[in-house]
Design a protein around this ligand. Structure first.
Ligand SMILES: [Zn+2]
Ligand SMILES: [Zn+2]
Ligand SMILES: [Zn+2]
Length: 161
């Protein structure tokens, strides 16, 4: 059995046919949806974090993804949102484990950035005293699917880290 899909005209994501909006970018598939707050105003998108429809005063697109004013601070990557960031690998695995125990679907995104060289070209890469002139900018990010963000965040708050 093939499930029917609804192709999003904005981001080309194949959403389930019964969804009212694209879970990737918040584009509404139905015309007559009203803003959650201004019930007379037409909604211009659904926030991918809370899933509620909002008008253009209550939400806006960030990098082509619709977010409400309350959730527009989230970094969203392909349907996943960052809920935690640290450079401490042990800590991030701890948080991931806690989320998994509570049946969330966390994903660790670590983009190893190249060490940044400070100083000009005429400087030796490593000076003789052993001080390496570099700064490592490695933030490891913990992502969860957008629909799990709010509950996962609550759990992380309870972890008290
Ligand atoms: Zn979309
Ligand atoms: Zn929201
Ligand atoms: Zn509104």
């Amino acid at each position: 059995m093939e499930t029917r899909k609804h192709l999003c005209t904005n981001c080309s994501f194949e959403a389930d046919d019964d969804s009212d909006y694209c879970p990737r970018c918040g584009t509404l598939f139905i015309d007559n949806i009203k803003c959650e707050i201004h019930t007379k105003d037409k909604a211009s998108g659904a926030c991918v974090i809370c899933g509620k429809p909002f008008c253009s005063n209550c939400g806006h697109s960030v990098n082509n993804i619709f977010l409400c004013n309350e959730h527009d601070g989230f970094e969203v990557y392909e349907g996943m949102a960052k809920i935690f960031g640290t450079s401490d690998e042990i800590q991030i695995h701890y948080v991931k484990g806690c989320l998994e125990e509570n049946s969330f679907h966390p994903f660790i995104h670590s983009k190893k950035s190249a060490p940044m060289q400070l100083g000009g070209n005429d400087q030796p890469l490593i000076n003789l005293s052993g001080n390496r002139r570099e700064k490592i900018l490695n933030e490891i990010k913990l992502l969860v699917p957008c629909s799990e963000v709010l509950e996962a965040e609550e759990l992380i708050t309870q972890l008290n880290i």
